[in-house]
Ligand binder design. Structure first.
Ligand SMILES: C[S@@+](CC[C@H](N)C(=O)[O-])C[C@H]1O[C@@H](n2cnc3c(N)ncnc32)[C@H](O)[C@@H]1O
Length: 298
């Protein structure tokens, strides 16, 4: 893919106990951190879904020109307590290698195998491989919310039906590419970040599915599109609530919806924002959840 020039980066670091980790992570992502990593205080990386240590070092990486000045207040509001926050400048190139070391290849659902482009690993027989380079966009699949969505796509895309899929908030394009590789006839991948669209185009080409995936800015890119029989959106709770009408309008009657990026405590508020959806299930990964539903009618 085209390399995006690394800006200088600043890392926000704080120590959090197990119960605080997901809320801290959500607050960092909502403040537009490019990457959030959680490690045990002994610097052991967090590879297992849902695994969190008693004491954790949580770090959020911000481009030096996009540091949220109110991060301490946001964290205090999310946690109802103040935690000491440390800001650590990181040189771009060193950082690029440091964070890449935390990623690994993994299976998702029954049919997928996800491999970051810089990792060498043999694909297990019978699985389809996705090779991802997120660039500056979210989404190598390491995050529990992405894995939950990959599992949903694996379960609800039947190549015999070849449904069309909308990936709302595509990031690196991981879900759109998974949908195409699992047998979707056509995928629309949308985001409001230029870097995400660039990463999705590049990753789609690297995976040989660029002809099946259309990439577009939102909200403009949705005009005259849809409705889709499958819609997946892995965005944070508050954004999902704000986008509820747009997302709902893109789901065909009888169509299936998966929403993720939601902390357990916010699930009811998200469900309430989608009154036309009949909710069929909730799948958890630690404190993060995926909500499954179908649109009435059809
Ligand atoms: C948590 S990332 C998910 C990326 C990828 N789909 C995945 O599952 O790993 C959320 C994505 O939603 C995008 N996003 C946030 N607010 C949005 C909005 N209002 N409209 C469209 N996309 C949005 C972000 O730019 C980001 O790429």
């Amino acid at each position: 893919m085209t390399e995006v020039r690394d800006p200088d980066w600043i890392e926000a670091r704080l120590l959090a106990v197990r119960e605080q980790v997901d809320a801290v992570e959500e607050a960092l992502l909502a403040a537009a951190a490019s990457v959030v990593t959680v490690t045990g205080v002994d610097d052991e990386p967090n590879f297992q879904p849902g695994r969190v240590w008693g004491q954790n070092l949580v770090s959020g990486l911000f481009a030096a020109d996009a540091v949220p000045g109110d991060l301490e207040e946001r964290l205090a509001a999310a946690l109802s307590t103040r935690l000491p926050l440390e800001w650590v400048p990181v040189e771009g190139l060193d950082w690029a290698h440091a964070w890449k070391a935390h990623f690994h290849a993994f299976p998702a659902g029954q049919r997928l195998w996800v491999r970051p482009s810089w990792v060498e690993a043999t694909k297990p027989e019978g699985r389809v491989e996705l090779v991802l380079d997120p660039g500056m966009a979210f989404g190598t699949g390491q995050h529990g919310t992405t894995r939950l969505c990959l599992e949903w796509l694996d379960a609800c895309i039947d190549p015999a039906q070849a449904p069309e899929v909308l990936d709302y908030g595509c990031g690196s394009g991981i879900l759109a590419i998974a949908a195409a590789k699992l047998g979707a006839s056509r995928v629309l991948a949308v985001d409001n970040e230029a870097q995400a669209l660039e990463a999705t185009r590049a990753n789609a080409a690297a995976n040989g599915v660029e002809d099946n995936i259309e990439v577009a800015f939102v909200p403009g890119g949705l005009a005259g599109r849809g409705p889709f029989p499958r819609v997946v959106a892995n965005i944070l709770s508050q954004t999902l609530i704000e986008l509820a009408d747009d997302i709902n309008a893109q789901l065909a009657p009888g169509g299936e919806l998966a929403l993720s990026g939601i902390l357990k405590g916010h699930a009811d508020r998200v469900r309430e924002a989608f009154p036309a959806i009949h909710w069929t299930g909730q799948v958890d990964d630690g404190e993060w959840v995926r909500l499954d539903g179908t649109r009435e009618g059809g």
